[in-house]
Design a protein around this ligand. Sequence first.
Ligand SMILES: Nc1nonc1C(=O)NCC1CCCCC1
Length: 245
Amino acid sequence: MRFDVITIFPELIHGYLREGVLGRAQARGLIQIHAWNPRDFSDNAYRRVDDRPFGGGPGMLMMAPPLLAAIAAAREANPGAPVIYLSPQGQRLQQGAVQGFAGADGLILLAGRYEGIDERVLAAVDAEWSIGDYVLAGGELPALVLIEAVARQLPGLLGHADSAAEDSFADNGLLDCPHFTRPEVVGDVRVPEVLLSGDHARIRSWRLQQSLGRTAERRPDLLAQRVLSAREQKLLDDYRRQDGE
Ligand SMILES: Nc1nonc1C(=O)NCC1CCCCC1
């Protein structure tokens, strides 16, 4: 899958994606990352990409011509890929949309800076997405969040075959269960006995019960979106009874 990012800080993108599982995914050709710098498409000697806002106001805005030219170049290199602008004005990114994007051949991501971009750029944008209701200094981190969340869904990307499929939000819409590794005792806290039992059916039930319980306690909104099977309801009832003890 090819990701093109339009950014005045290409190294922010390449630097982060060079590491870890995403770096290995690039080396394996599972994903391709290309950054386009609007400065390379600026028609003035100083490679200027920003200017003062009409109507006044603080700060600078990104000018339309360099961004539109960079978008056109990216579209030519990544044909058919939707152009996504990351901004707090976008629709909220959730796992469902991430899985949808994972089915695309490519994505073109526009990372804004300064106080924003000239509104006329949005005529060349297919969708506007937000990673959350807060304001960052630029769209590079949101672009990286989207790339990482989508890339993790690609078959073969994660070492363990079903890791992504087992992600809490990915397959069951619940929060993740607690996880433990060696040493078996930390301070005076032992690993829950069930996880040492080797009884995999019992371990799966315990993990599901913990996810259900945690989701009920911390994100009742997520639980409300989900129909529980009779088995899941019983696990949750038992969890609540144990919790209440
Ligand atoms: N939140 C967000 N979700 O997606 N992007 C976000 C953001 O805060 N982006 C920074 C702004 C900075 C000025 C230009 C436009 C993007």
